[in-house]
Structure formats: structure tokens, C-alpha cells
Ligand binder design. Structure first.
Ligand code: 13P
Ligand code: SF4
Length: 301
């Protein structure tokens, strides 16, 4: 079966839209109506007129889409596609922190379960984290940034003000070895190093530019340089090569591959759309509180 053709036909028949994160497999990126990072995809999901949103990404992304646009049917083609970082925080552990720090404002990375978002003051993504953290610090609040320690520490270094940071991380970015980049820099001395701030400080220090997936892509498009060493999940290389066919992109390490992002195949997208299976459901009370924190993010970014 030609899955790409069948998906196209079903999309029209059912008034569906396909959203895909940059970390998805190439074949998924190629059939997506919208390709984006966490923030762009959340905004697109919120504003779409489609009846069905097929979210090619991981669970927290589809859940966020459902919370922002609750009357739509949101389908996640592979239900087990989760996020290792999101699993590093639970509502029980955050509740305990809140009891011990009753006046601390909670800023939560979008890579988190809805039940954790529901306990938060504001959500952020890698695109707007610095801005949102600084907004709360500037009004004199004490804050906790959770669950990504690396983006938290990066924001602390940039802003020069101290705050609490949860000890979670994205293992794919966190375990990148700086020697890999040092060696590539020797091999490609004119290459610019583009880094996602989910990487540790030892990696961010080597960056010519650090930013969210979309910010890295935009940097590559606008840059006069021709060669780039990429320190984020490998899927973004496909988007970069599509946007800049004459430039060279080198993945910093083959370990930069998120297995959860790679579960989705064309067959699974087709089956989810055809049968309208794998629908995301979020408990009403949780959705209501999580939406308040997401709306705060959208207001501030
Ligand atoms: P962005 O999409 O905000 O760059 O985040 C990267 C990520 O790890 C998504 O899971
Ligand atoms: Fe989660 Fe890391 Fe995979 Fe992103 S790349 S979905 S943060 S495990």
C-alpha cells in the first residue's frame, strides 16, 4: 500500500491535519502539514480548524495539543511514544516540593505530564524558557524550574540570578560527550556549532549558537556559513538539509537519537487516522489547571 497517498486521501475525507516534530523520521516529516518545535506545534494545534489532529511526536506534545484545543480529536499514532525527561517528575514529588516551598513559583518545561503542568504556575519550552524565567525573577519571585536541570542551569548562568532547579534531564542530550565536538571541530575548523540547551554546560560552552530546535534551524538558514556541527536530536538534520540543500550538516554524535520519537511510521499514522484510534484523553480537572499554566506561557511569549 502507498501509505503516503492513503494518508493524504484520509486527511481530506476526515478534515484532519498532521503535525510533526523535527525529531520525527524523515518519511513522517515529509508528509506533515506542519513541522515544528514544541512551541510552534502547540500554537498550530491551538489554532487549527481541522476536526482531527494527528500528532507525530511524543505523548506530552499530543496531550498539550488536546489541552489547548479540547474539542478536537487528537491522535498519537504510537501510544508508547513517551519522553524520558517527562518521566523524571511526578505530581506526587512536585506536590511534596510545593508543601516544603509554599511561596515558590513553579515554572515547568513543556516536556512533562499534564498532571505536573496542572500543579505549575507557568509552562515554557526551549524557545521561551529564558524569557519566562526572567519575567518571574524580575518581579522578585523565588522559582523552581523543572524538570530539565540543563536548561535551568543555562538560564541561571545567562541571567546571573539563583533559583531552584529539578534534577531531571533528557538523557539523549545530557550524555553527549564534549570530545565528540572537539574532534569534529578539528576535522571541520570552519564549522559552526549549534547546540540545544538540553545539553550540559560543557557542550553549550562549545556552541556558536544555542537555541530550540526551530531557532537552530533558523540560524542555519540565515547564516552565511556553510558547515554546521549539530548537537541535538538527529531528525533536525533532515529539516536543515531540506531548507539548505547547499549547506553541510554534521551530527555531533550518532547517540543523538530519541527512540520514542522514532517509533512513528507511515503505517501507524495511516492506521490511527483510518480507525481514529489512539485518542488522547485528559482528565477534566487536570486539563483545566494545566491550561491555565499553558495560557500563562502563551501570554508571556
Ligand atoms: P524543542 O522542540 O522545544 O526544541 O524541544 C526539544 C525536545 O526535546 C522535544 O522533545
Ligand atoms: Fe524527551 Fe529527550 Fe526524546 Fe525530547 S529528545 S522527547 S526531551 S527524551
Amino acid at each position: 500500500m502507498n501509505y503516503a497517498e492513503e494518508i493524504k486521501r484520509l486527511k481530506t475525507e476526515k478534515n484532519a491535519v498532521i503535525l510533526a516534530h523535527y525529531y520525527q523520521e524523515n518519511e513522517i516529516q515529509d508528509i506533515a502539514d506542519y513541522l515544528g518545535d514544541s512551541l510552534n506545534l502547540a500554537r498550530i494545534a491551538m489554532n487549527t480548524d481541522a476536526d482531527i489532529i494527528v500528532f507525530c511526536g511524543v505523548h506530552f506534545m499530543a496531550e498539550t495539543a488536546k489541552i489547548l484545543n479540547p474539542t478536537k480529536k487528537v491522535l498519537l499514532p504510537v501510544m508508547k511514544a513517551g519522553c524520558l525527561m517527562a518521566d523524571m517528575i511526578t505530581p506526587a514529588s512536585l506536590k511534596k516540593y510545593k508543601e516544603e516551598h509554599p511561596t515558590t513559583r513553579i515554572i515547568t518545561y513543556v516536556n512533562s505530564p499534564a498532571s505536573v503542568k496542572a500543579l505549575s504556575d507557568c509552562i515554557c519550552t526551549s524557545t521561551n524558557a529564558i524569557k519566562i524565567i526572567n519575567h518571574y525573577l524580575d518581579q522578585g519571585d523565588s522559582i523552581l524550574y523543572c524538570p530539565d536541570q540543563n536548561l535551568g542551569k543555562y538560564a541561571m548562568k545567562l541571567g546571573g540570578k539563583k533559583f531552584d532547579v529539578w534534577e531531571g534531564c533528557c538523557p539523549i542530550h545530557h550524555h553527549l560527550d564534549p570530545n565528540k565536538i572537539m574532534n569534529l571541530k578539528k576535522e571541520y575548523p570552519t564549522a559552526k556549532v549549534l547546540v540545544h540547551p538540553e545539553c550540559q554546560e560543557s557542550i553549550v560552552k562549545l556552541a556558536d549558537y544555542a537555541g530550540s530546535t526551530k531557532q537552530l534551524l533558523d540560524y542555519a538558514i540565515q547564516s552565511e556559513d556553510n558547515t554546521f556541527i549539530i548537537a541535538t536530536e538527529k531528525g533536525v538534520i533532515h529539516a536543515m538539509e531540506r531548507a539548505c540543500p547547499n549547506k553541510t550538516f554534521i551530527l555531533a554524535s550518532p547517540t543523538l537519537s530519541c527512540k520514542d520519537m522514532k517509533y512513528t511510521t507511515l503505517k501507524e499514522v495511516y492506521e490511527a487516522l483510518k480507525n481514529e484510534t489512539n485518542e488522547i484523553v485528559v482528565e477534566e480537572e487536570i486539563a483545566k489547571s494545566a491550561k491555565k499554566a499553558l495560557d500563562e506561557m502563551l501570554k508571556l511569549s
